[in-house]
Structures are given as structure tokens and as C-alpha cells.
Design a protein around this ligand. Sequence first.
Ligand code: APR
Length: 247
Amino acid sequence: MDIDQLAEKIIEGGTRNAAVSGAGMSVESGVAPFRGKGGLWEKMDPMKVAHIDAFREDPVPYWEMRGPFIKSLETIDPNPGHAALARLQREGRLGTIITQNIDGLHEAAGSTDVIEFHGSVRTLRCMDCSRKIPSRSACLDDRPPRCACGGVLRPDVVFFGEAIPPEALVRSQQIASDCPVMLVVGTSAVVQPAASIPVIARRAGALVVEINPERTPLTDQVVDVFLEGWSGEVLPALAEAVRRASC
Ligand code: APR
């Protein structure tokens, strides 16, 4: 199936189409991925820094890793891939984006219907009094940042060892079981339950399109159309093909 035939399918699916995005979506915005070239987990063990038990024992390694990243989000911009998905949503060719990313770049690009499957670093929560504060108002240079009550602050993300918020999980599974086309963008598809969302879609009869410079465990199992390349290049080309096919 070529990109023009794919564009026709996307037009047919309309706002029932869905997307799943991963860290690869934000690489062209300058955000390091977790796995593969330049990946965070190539340099440190996620179970030592990003597991809830490790964080409870000592939150400093997490904050040493993620404090600078959270501070940098004020200066990181969405890339043409985020903009292309937001355009497809605006033009009624894409509905929900289920993102594993915690960087908020889909919303920053103007996307509306976004499920933050692994939460977001935009807000922090106190481990003692549970108060929530915007990340930008915390002292992110402190190791760890603390609440006014003295409690340790944690980001509103899903750590390893924690469950996906039930409403995010159920809604994502429902969307996957009803979408005509599912775009799977920039994910290594090795973390569950996120990696099962495209499988649910395929089993329900969706056309699954993967956009990634590398093949993943999904590519040979559930992917119908593999568009090899960078999301910041492939997605704008796909959105343009949809525009052409709409004329
Ligand atoms: N465009 C598209 N894909 C890209 C690009 C790019 N420019 N650059 C890299 N990729 C691909 C890589 O080939 C890889 O398949 O993006 C994927 C990134 O994989 P991961 O870093 O594992 O990111 P992700 O799949 O989102 O990780 C899932 O793991 O550690 C947890 O919570 C974390 O949400 C994260 C989850």
C-alpha cells in the first residue's frame, strides 16, 4: 500500500482513527529517547532510577536525571511530526493520540484529544500531603524538590512498578478496539501495557501503520504498513498526502 492509498484509508476512518506515540516522536525536538542510539537507559538502569521502589528509597537519582529535563521543557518545541498529527486532528482525519510521552509536546503543537498514558511532568505531587503543584513553580535544582510541607515531590508520571491510571488504560483499549487506522509512531514497543494497544487494534481489524527508522517487535507481528523514517519527515508527508487526496 503506498502513501496515497493509505491517505484514502485515513480519510475514510476520520476521527475514529487513532495514534500511539513514543519517545521517538520527540527525538527531533531534541529529547533523548530511552532505548537505542542516545537512549537514557543505555546510560543508566531504569530500575534504579525510575522504579517507584527506588524512588521511595532515594529520590535523588531520579531528580538528578529528570530535574534538568523538566526544566528544559520550557525551551523545547514540538517538531513537524507533532504539528502533522495536530493538523490531521484539526482536519478531522485523526481522533485520539495515546502518548507514552510525558513532555506535553502534542498539546504544545495544538493537539487536543491526547491521552497521557504514562502521565506528565507538568505537575508534581507531594509524597506526604499529596498536594499538586505545577513543575514550573518548584525548585527543580533541589535534590529532591520539596513541598512546602517538607514532603518529597514526585512528578505525575507512571513509574515502573506502578499501574497505568485506570481511566487512561480503559479508554485507550476502547479506542484501539474501534479504530479503522492506528498510527504507531516512534515507540520501541517493549513496555506493557502500552505495547499491547496496537495489538488490540490489529485484532479488532484496524489497519496498523508503523512510523519508525527501525523495525520493532510489532513490525512483523501486527503492522500492515511500515513507513521507515523519522516521524518529523514521514508524518508531514502523510498529512500532505491526505490533503491531496481530499481535493
Ligand atoms: N522518528 C520516529 N521514531 C524514532 C525517531 C524518529 N526521529 N528516533 C528514534 N525513533 C524510534 C526508535 O527507533 C525507537 O523504536 O523511537 C523509539 C524509541 O523507543 P524508546 O526510547 O523505548 O521509547 P518508548 O517506546 O516511548 O518507551 C516506552 O519506556 O522507559 C519507558 O516510560 C518510558 O514511555 C517510555 C516507555
